[in-house]
Ligand binder design. Sequence first.
Ligand SMILES: Nc1ncnc2c1ncn2[C@@H]1O[C@H](COP(=O)(O)OP(=O)(O)O)[C@@H](O)[C@H]1O
Ligand SMILES: O=C(CO)[C@@H](O)[C@@H](O)COP(=O)(O)O
Length: 568
Amino acid sequence: MTPHPLPDPAARHHPEACTIGVDFGTLSGRAVVVRVRDGAELGSAVHEYRHAVIEDRLPSTGAPLPPDWALQHPEDWRDVLRTAVPAALADAGTDPVRVIGIATDFTACTVLPTTPDGTPLALTPEWADRPHAWPKLWKHHAAQEQADRINALAHARGEKWIARYGGKISSEWQYAKALQVLEEDPAVYAACARWIEAADWIVWQLTGAESRNTCTAGYKGIHQDGAYPSPAFLAGLHPDFADFPATRLEHPLSPLGSRVGGLSAGAARWTGLPEGIAVAAGNVDAHVAAPAAGAVENGRMLAIMGTSTCHVLNGAALAEVPGICGVVDGGIVEGSYGYEAGQSAVGDIFAWWLRQGVPEHYRAEAEAAGEDLHELLTRKAAGQPVGAHGLVALDWMNGNRSPLVDHHLSGVVAGLTLDTRPEDVYRALLESTAYGTRTIVETFEEGGVPVEEFIVTGGLKKNALLMQIYADVLRRPVSLGTSEQGPALGSAIHAAVAAGAHPDVRTAAAVMGSVRRHAYLPDPARADAYDELFGEYRALHEHFGTGPDLLLHRLRRIRNTARLAADA
Ligand SMILES: Nc1ncnc2c1ncn2[C@@H]1O[C@H](COP(=O)(O)OP(=O)(O)O)[C@@H](O)[C@H]1O
Ligand SMILES: O=C(CO)[C@@H](O)[C@@H](O)COP(=O)(O)O
């Protein structure tokens, strides 16, 4: 096959020059085609992962997975490049020759063991039958015991970096997951040449060469002040863990928006794009969205609301804020300290209730009305006065990421009666996630990091009731990123910088990003009513989430013991 002619360097100045952004979310990959001179989104496409989230059985053997596991299939990710990118180009009607760059972003910490050439162990005949050979999705929560030991040792040794992560490293991040592999399947750990974020692995698929980005290294890989944790610290966890960074992570780190390579011939065939175009460093699906939604300036918190919510916020100074996910110098954009916090389930909580808590006649009603169940329940829940359902819920169905950093906590719904309706619980769940976000906003402000504006992007911004609840609960306006694919637009912005169409991310954000400021305003009367309910939420937070011997931990232990016995 004749190779693509290498792109003309002047292509970046063509008035129709564009870039591709590809956002790898939890359930699907989304590609957008964006014009670099004004950020116009010319086309888009979505590809649902065929295996979605693998939580029950290993695809290769059908063997049951233990509780709290969450895996994904690498071929599902490559399928996004083969399907969504060409489909987005077709949707845009764009001649591929106009595409000057591509960038991707990924859920994190979604991490996988590979061979030296980047082949996932999960796709090798020798290791495909071993659960620990498979990519661990960000929501894999079976490494909490390892995380607890990491945190205890870090505090015992007075490790300086632990304060950069709010005082606790999450079980969702790289080290707890890697330590779980080492301890539960040392043969897989020994065969793992590279322990790599999917955010970097997908870039490897595009360029044919490994690269590592500063964002995932900083927030998920404990890379602080130019270094990973010391061998002495890591040996204190397990003698064979001392060289984990040196052997499985170490690689030069690429700043966000930098060009890490050219599109390989193979990836050009997958995507239909010109070989050799700029490929940007990998990024995280939350942080990448900041330039797309007017959130690069300090004090502007962006909530990327989807399956989960990530809160990213730039600050002028380095502050040690308890319970956040992390702070990284330049972690969101150069020139600021990038702060991250989050809620491990938001849309996932609503999806759970639609699956389990809605009677058949509601489904029939939705179908008859041409609505999905979210729209039906939202419509049914919208009219009731604040507090009329008599419920307060804890949004911990997938643990608490911030500020408690404990994924063996679980959800609570208080106030249920025989009169409680499905829409009442749905509304209480919407509200619980707003209370969780208000807790995070107040944690930042009490920690000395100002939150001057609250902006939302992600799939949930389309729910007007949810957005109004957030404005009322937070007692502040809610601005909206205008793109329906905020993270993918953010990636396209980083691709434009990598391709040389804009000098840096801040400049590109001003040209290509877009936000609708103060789209929702708080209603004072409802805000007062929510203040009282938020007080009840905080009482539940303290009772169920703090203290030495927690009911929710005991229930989790009982549940896991019973399930493991049943699977034995
Ligand atoms: N109208 C809606 N109201 C509330 N939640 C919704 C609505 N539509 C979809 N969701 C939730 O949005 C989540 C998907 O968010 P999205 O941003 O599209 O994906 P991802 O998390 O993969 O980035 C799902 O958990 C789903 O339950
Ligand atoms: O944890 C992070 C980012 O740090 C997210 O990738 C993770 O919560 C998944 O995000 P989504 O809800 O799938 O958008």
